[in-house]
Design a protein around this ligand. Sequence first.
Ligand SMILES: Cc1ncc(COP(=O)(O)O)c(C=O)c1O
Ligand SMILES: N[C@@H](CCOP(=O)(O)O)C(=O)O
Length: 462
Amino acid sequence: MKYISTRGCAPTLSFEEAMLTGLARDGGLYLPESIPVMRAEDMRALEGVSYEEAAFRVMRPFIGDAFTDEEFRGIIARAYAGFGHAARAPLKQLDSGHFLLELFHGPTLAFKDFAMQLIGQMFEFSLKRSGQRVSIVGATSGDTGSAAIEAFRGLDAVDVFILYPHGRVSEVQRRQMTTPVEGNVHALAIDGHFDDAQARVKDMFNDFEFRDGVRLAGVNSINWARVLAQVVYYFTSAVSLGAPDRKVSFTVPTGNFGDVFAGYIAKRMGLPIDRLVVATNQNDILHRCLSTGEYRPDGVAPSISPSMDIQVSSNFERALFYAYGQDGNAVAQEMEALKAGGFSVSQGALEALRETFDSGRCSEEDTRAAIRDTWATSGELLCPHSAVGVHVAEVERREGVPMITLATAHPAKFPAAVEEASGIHPPLPERMADLYERDERVTRVENDLSAIETLIKERIAN
Ligand SMILES: Cc1ncc(COP(=O)(O)O)c(C=O)c1O
Ligand SMILES: N[C@@H](CCOP(=O)(O)O)C(=O)O
């Protein structure tokens, strides 16, 4: 299996190379050259197997010769051993046709753990084998950073630098990033929004002297392995509701478009997904784009679902690549236009996007109402991001096709918003009950490329 860039001008790589590389050298994102299709009988055979076994079977065709089967099974087993639920991704029924896929039973209580725990194990295995060291940079609106720090803390061959927007993540998210004591992990608070942090990360990848000098690697969903790991739970949940012999739809709380794009890959692999619904909060650029074809960021408005306060949605580029018939030039042109303010998706590409994706927007008031009403009717306490999904799913669901909404974080990561909406204070799980007492370690850094690069070089040297 080979990997190609969405902008068509970067070297073709193996799975392992793409995983360790992060952003392609032409600024694009890596994708598999072709998408393997799973036979219907192989999908049926996923019914009743462990999450780990399903993960092995779904991901195996993508990894080429990066790991032997035995090595890959070991990596998967170690990745999910620390999850707090035997099913890893349990499916709960909200009502007769609406299901909630709980993705928050990992070590940092968000769906990011599914991919981050896995790539932590993959990096460790690969770097041990090659004897290399890397410097990982990541941008976060809260959950990617905590999951990355948890997955890579204490690893010898890796330094991790996470940029987060100062004052714009929840206290639990911040403390998950700032309280680990291991010297190889660094939480860096910058002024601005998540989009600024992500832009600086991409700038670092596009500064080849810096990139090669510190052996830069990325753990945002820039990294294809992150997306791949998220494909698995689309299969496990759909199969448990009767796929491939029954269609299902998914609603996905969306910001950087990685999670919903994983659903698109599952569909291309043959999973009978009827509709993939992109659910946005008030930062609704994706909903506006899918409705009108116009992609024009117009500023981020902080919301009670802060992890989705994103206007420059990185993985939308991957969806555009397919919508433009795998034309890297067309994608590169749109991304150039984005730097100058935005772009209009061509009519053909918009129609292609709409063949797969629907979308909806959820206001702040509707988010609170979804938390309150879901608690009252089903006893399920939602985090604000999952509530955005449930609200949009209720609007978009259709008779006869089960709807699965992805519950992307634990309510205890956002206690203030959840308590305000429901009157219930969601406690942290026992194992992190002392989070508020632990000492924090954080570095403030200017939103300036050379200041950030200098700081990273200094930290690596010491
Ligand atoms: C809790 C939560 N829900 C939803 C999202 C959106 O996921 P994605 O960025 O993959 O669209 C994020 C982060 O992006 C998140 O942290
Ligand atoms: N919501 C995310 C934003 C980054 O997304 P990623 O999937 O590209 O890492 C976060 O919590 O940081």
